[in-house]
Ligand binder design. Structure first.
Ligand code: ZN
Length: 231
């Protein structure tokens, strides 16, 4: 079942390792077949080198495992909630990549300082509030997804135009049109977070590139008028 999607999700999880985004098993990627309402995710606690397409777990959007013998990633409820709350996405990625996690731990949003970030994020990457004791005690991972959706709703941010966030005291989450796209956004976020720390050392007042440059770089890659790449 979902052979192609499993191959893509497997590749996306290996990409986490190749791109240096994960240590140990601190990361997971999933991909969604929205028509069938099923998503494929990494099994919990399994080393990346031991992953195979058949070891991946298939769940429905109610959270029920429909295929696979291993337990799904403990973050699966966050992925599930994001698929339900953000109808346009097809992949979710979570890592504890070092620099993006520093922003999460500090609770500092990342302004779009330059065109590198503008190519992936049409603006500041927001911080999602920490969870309450009650939210942590019951359905912690599901509530994490709800807090992310709440943040984007309250701040009026289009999740497709800013496909990522820092969860306070935790780590980054990104998403995209599919699993590989979600990982690409994690790579971009990690690089931009690292560069921002250096940029601020050189110029502590640097809080974003001009709007016309932000729009130019984002819109030449995304939307109806996009012309970057080979189409
Ligand atoms: Zn985590």
């Amino acid at each position: 079942m979902l052979r192609e999607l499993k191959e893509e999700v497997l590749e996306a999880n290996w990409m986490l390792v190749r791109e240096g985004l994960v240590r140990l098993t601190w990361g997971n990627v999933s991909g969604l077949d929205r028509e069938r309402g099923l998503f494929v995710i990494k099994p919990s606690g399994v080393a990346y080198r031991d992953l195979t397409a058949d070891s991946l777990v298939v769940l429905d959007l109610e959270g029920k495992v429909v295929e696979g013998t291993l337990r799904p990633s403990s973050d699966a409820p966050t992925h599930r909630v994001l698929y339900r709350e953000f109808p346009g996405i097809g992949g979710v990625c979570h890592t504890h990549s070092k620099h993006a996690t520093m922003f999460s731990q500090a609770g500092v949003a990342l302004p779009c300082q330059g065109t590198t970030q503008a190519d992936h994020f049409h603006g500041t990457v927001p911080v999602v509030r920490e969870l309450t004791p009650a939210e942590v005690a019951e359905d912690y991972e599901g509530n994490t997804g709800l807090a992310i959706a709440e943040c984007f709703r309250e701040q009026g941010i289009d999740p497709l135009a800013r496909p990522g966030c820092f969860q306070k005291f935790h780590a980054p989450f990104t998403w995209g049109k599919n699993a590989l796209d979600a990982v690409s956004n994690s790579v971009a976020l990690e690089v931009c977070a690292e560069m921002a720390l250096g940029t601020w050392r050189l110029d502590p007042q640097q809080n974003g590139l001009p709007g016309h440059l932000l729009d130019k770089h984002y819109l030449r890659k995304h939307g109806d008028g996009a012309y970057y790449g080979q189409g």
